[in-house]
Design a protein around this ligand. Sequence first.
Ligand code: ADP
Ligand code: MG
Ligand code: MG
Length: 247
Amino acid sequence: MLNIENLQATVADKPILKGLSLTVNAGEVHAIMGPNGAGKSTLGYTLGGRPGYEVTGGSVSFDGADLLALDPHERAAAGLFLGFQYPVEIPGVSNVQFLREALNAQRTARGEAPLSGGEFLKLAREKAGLLRMDMDMLKRPVNVGFSGGEKKRAEMVQMGILDPKLAILDETDSGLDIDALRICGEGINAIMRKPDRAVLLITHYQRLLDYVKPDFVHVLAGGRIVKSGGPELALQLEEQGYEAVAA
Ligand code: ADP
Ligand code: MG
Ligand code: MG
């Protein structure tokens, strides 16, 4: 599904990704772990096509297409979802408006009929339910006044509605209390743990991986994947730290 080869990227002319290679197949969950400043968020933003993240080498194919040749909205319509480490607030735009516009823009780009208001609300109610989110919250402006945990749950509702092929989730577990962590973990499983879906789970901690069991764990350090393994690698990192395991 995703094939990253020798990816190099700069931010503000500073090289951050320095030859990163990674293959993610349909049906797989890959955890990316690594110290602060390793380039984890940069990887997510570069794959998402965020302006300012300049690719200087390497290639990325997504579902057979050259991902790097697509604009960000085309990447999204092709089935790529990026969950932000710090979800943004959008005053004046309700979640319902935002999500319906986003979904229907993607459906239109794929040649699918847009959902009617009624169809959309039914879908939104179903996905909000998965994340134990009240529909009243979805009527409020995007993330305005939401707690850290509510923002992350709102991101997961968005993911459920957009139903991407590949979700890149950047520290979805940061700022979550124990209950919200479990709810988000179960939501990720319900939405993404399918044979034709895949997840790149960027996280600092083992705890989210107790709920969303990764098939592979990678350590990102200095802009590259420096070590890969199975779920046991995350436990080893938690016990011994990045320096001991990936030096
Ligand atoms: P991580 O998510 O692994 O903590 P990031 O990808 O956020 O790491 O950051 C990787 C490196 O890129 C850090 O050294 C950070 O300071 C740098 N960086 C990120 N954004 C910018 C920017 N806009 N300008 C300059 N340096 C940046
Ligand atoms: Mg980060
Ligand atoms: Mg960061």
